[in-house]
Design a protein around this ligand. Sequence first.
Ligand code: AMP
Ligand code: GLY
Length: 422
Amino acid sequence: MNILILGSGGREHSLAWAIKQNPKCDRLICAPGNAGMAAISDCATLDIMDGGAVRDFCLENAVDFVVIGPEAPLAAGVADRLRAAGILCFGPSQAAAALESSKSFTKEVCAAAGAPTAGWARFDQVEAAAAYIAAQGAPIVVKADGLAAGKGVVVATDVAEAQAAAKDMLGGAFGAAGAEVVIEEFMPGEEASLFVLCNGTSCLPIGSAQDHKRAHDGDSGSNTGGMGAYSPAPVLTPEIEAEVMARIIRPTLAEMVRRGTPYQGVLYAGLMIDKGQARLVEYNVRFGDPECQVLAMRLGAQILDLLLATAEDRLHEIAVNFAPDHALSVVMASRGYPGAYQKGSEIHGLDALPSNSHQEVFHAGTSARDGQITATGGRVLNITARADSLRAARRLAYEMVDAIDWPEGFCRRDIGWRALEG
Ligand code: AMP
Ligand code: GLY
């Protein structure tokens, strides 16, 4: 079959890498893609936010299946446009994507579903928000309601900081995304993510992972899109996972069906685990990046069968073939990220690296000119390895990192610390 992947990050490269290994995949097209994806697929120039343009491209190129990587086209209704044209597609409708695009929507769904999450209130006026914050006390969490590229959350350690954040957001710091703020109880604990394939009320967990959000070692520095990940996350024990499925995921899916907006795609549950109990921090309506890279390496070619079974509503027929292994991915980013950084620096040494089922470099912000790879984004490479133990996977990943010659890049040296030393 002909498959189109929308996106251009490490997440989409890892999906392309795994899907390409499946004999069901005849032609693989990525749009817009990056230098890594261009090496294993045809890359197309296409505005992935324009559902009509994506639909026309699919019809012209006999695309049988579309995998939508990022949240923005999902929130823009691209999956709806494709399905309306009879094109098979992996990813939720615009209405169901509200589980990521609106924090207050998710809170309402959780309340109706009885899913455990932080206590909360919603405000569109600065004075009322400030009074609520003062009454609740700190620590407390202030969130812009809409999509803010991962930057719309302030975990405040004192009341004044929280009030200033609410004032900023309601004053337009995030545009329309901050027209409302959600103010939440601070949840202590350790974070982990569970990834669940869903169609209506059918669901199938496909693995856990832990991200590293801060830019620098020891979880210091600014928040980023994610500087590294590993899978599985040992904090998410089989017992806790079963609880999460029973108390959070299944009730959420039932509530989405009840509302007439069934969820289809991967549901990424961000969880806070404290004293053996999990509460929901947030939902995302797509794979995590870089969490997808470790999941894709562990699942390999079967990922296509799993995504197809989801889109075709056959999840009850399929099982995941889990290997008892571990994967770890180190993000290499341009110096300065997540702040300002230079574009266009050359990266050397990639050709000599191993490229196999246990070691691979997934590209994010790269392009190729005359065979030379250059950095074009903040997060640039995902150095990913898999082994029998997390420690071995980490060693393999950092061996590759050390063989890359890119003075303008940096990475964290402590990916996996919570599981290995924590
Ligand atoms: P979100 O975009 O909602 O995932 O929030 C970003 C990050 O802020 C999360 O990954 C957590 O580290 C932190 N966070 C969000 N909500 C809470 C909360 N209620 N309690 C503690 N930490 C939180
Ligand atoms: N790595 C965090 C995310 O994809 O949202």
